[in-house]
Design a protein around this ligand. Sequence first.
Ligand SMILES: [Cu+2]
Ligand SMILES: [Zn+2]
Length: 179
Amino acid sequence: MLKFLPIFVIPILASCATMPATKAVEASEVVTADLARADGSWAGVATISQRRDGVFLSLSAQAPAAGTFGMHLHAVGKCEAPDFASAGPHWNPDMKQHGHDNPMGAHDGDLPNVNAGADRKIILEYKLKDIMLSGPTGLLDADGGALVIHEKADDYKTDPSGNSGKRIICGVFKSGNRS
Ligand SMILES: [Cu+2]
Ligand SMILES: [Zn+2]
């Protein structure tokens, strides 16, 4: 049996060779979402990466105007314009209510509001709280998940969505690019 082993090892080595060297060392899982606006235009990129020291979200996007906007991880990896209702409710595997200021909260998908200045840019990277990416209730379950940015700031307490208004930017996370 041993003499057949190299046949299986070669394709694995070949696929690793195509990955950027830094990520091959650091990340065991990286998923990237192209962000779209309600009119279908491109609004930026978001990445979730599982690293040795935790799960990180990075985002580079362009808001429609300067301001503060609610942002969440939603339960379904589907972004159908113009209302993005297809992304479903906030990702909520623990059946809690919305918001960190809600005694019954919060959803795993509840994220801090994001700010855009006069240049309308939103650029950030931070560590997410301990969340499950894989498994039946993980963000990257069979139907994936979505990053959604809203037209207004999230009040961090009003169930189910923090009074953040319309969904204006949406991107799909799916575990298709697992290494
Ligand atoms: Cu949302
Ligand atoms: Zn929520």
